[in-house]
Design a protein around this ligand. Structure first.
Ligand code: UDP
Ligand code: MG
Length: 334
């Protein structure tokens, strides 16, 4: 056994690799997760820490995490005051990690920790961001795959900076990129967009995403639609421009049509016909107007949230459990 201590990490101790893990009601998975991650980390020569962020779990998850022994790496347990959502929990993790390279990992073992050495290798080659692209989405319905694919298409049509398709939150970020992200002032955190926004040297590795180890996904379709709207509206104002263009087109064609009606009435009189066309025009216009007002509302709502300047999350406690000495790996003992 290594020397496990409850002392806090001294500020000048440097850490090479941080693993950031947001979790919400994952009691069934966490033991297995910690075992698999530490197995990978212990084989690495780099000094490392795992930053667990409890996003207001209502089950025994926090208890389980606080009992983890820091086997070969430091364990940091950040406890948020309630459920703030995965995007905020990841922000909390990014602000509490110290590594030179930071990897975001889901607690449900859908992102295999065994890929960490490959990601580190890319980072050593000089890349600042290593995107992990899903080759296949095992254990996900065709409908989810289809809606995800359409969403990424639409997003990249509307957004200027390229947001890679089928890359989730699983990725490696260099300290420089993490610092830039931590300094972004916005409240609305659509992380997949935020991760791509800084740019820098990007590499992409492909992997097969495993099905969930245990438990249920925390996202239902309503939440996913909300995330999609957040994604588009926080990175693009093109929908507003589109509304303006459609409005201008309709207004100009209405003007031309009005002229035609006027001339026709003057020349041939005005028998009352045209109820169907009237209804169609009215309904179409009404629909487009309501849609555009809704769109305006989405953006105004976001301005409202940004101006309130509330913090992204509140922290109940942070616990650092440091290991004084790195455990010797099996090879070293032999
Ligand atoms: N998660 C979180 N806060 C939430 C919802 C989810 O921290 O409000 C965590 C969850 O515990 C998991 C990760 O985010 O570690 C991904 O969630 P999930 O597996 O439900 O999403 P999916 O993989 O289905 O997209
Ligand atoms: Mg998952």
């Amino acid at each position: 056994m290594g020397i496990v201590s409850a002392v806090s990490l001294s500020d000048h101790e440097s850490i090479t690799l941080s693993i950031v893990v947001p979790y919400y009601n994952e009691e069934e998975v966490l033991q297995e997760f910690h075992a698999r991650v530490t197995r990978v980390l212990r084989a690495l020569p780099e000094s490392c820490e795992i930053v667990y962020v409890n996003d207001g779990s209502k089950d025994r998850s926090l208890e389980i995490v606080n009992a983890f022994a820091p086997m070969g790496c430091h364990v940091v347990s950040v406890d948020l005051s309630r459920n703030f959502g995965k995007e905020s929990a990841m922000s909390a993790g990014l602000e509490h990690c110290r590594g030179e390279a930071v990897i975001l990992l889901d607690a449900d073992l859908q992102d295999p920790p065994e890929l960490i050495p490959d990601m580190l290798r890319k980072w050593r080659q000089g890349y600042d961001v290593v995107n992990m692209k899903r080759r296949e989405r095992l254990g996900e319905s065709w409908f989810k795959r289809f809606s995800a694919a359409s969403f990424y298409k639409l997003l990249n049509l509307l957004v200027k900076s390229e947001i890679p398709e089928n890359v989730g939150d699983f990725r490696l970020l260099s300290r420089e990129v993490v610092n830039h992200i931590n300094n972004l002032p916005e409240r609305n955190r659509y992380m997949k967009g935020i991760f791509s926004w800084p740019g820098f040297e990007q590499a992409t590795l492909e992997f097969d995403r495993d099905p969930r180890f245990s438990g249920e996904t925390k996202w239902n379709y309503f939440k996913l639609i909300g995330l999609a709207v957040d994604g588009i509206t926080s990175f693009s104002i093109r929908p507003l421009r589109l509304a303006t263009i459609v409005g201008a087109l309709i207004a100009s064609s209405a003007f031309i049509y009005g002229m035609i009606v006027l001339v026709k009435t003057a020349l041939f009189g005005d028998p009352v016909t045209g109820y169907p066309s009237m209804m169609i025009v009215q309904l179409a216009l009404g629909g487009i107007q309501l849609l555009s007002i809704g769109l305006l509302g989405e953006y105004i709502g976001r301005i409202f949230i940004e101006t309130k300047q509330r913090p992204l999350y509140l922290i109940k406690s942070v616990e650092r459990r440091a290991e004084l000495k790195k455990l010797p790996t099996a090879e070293k003992i032999a």
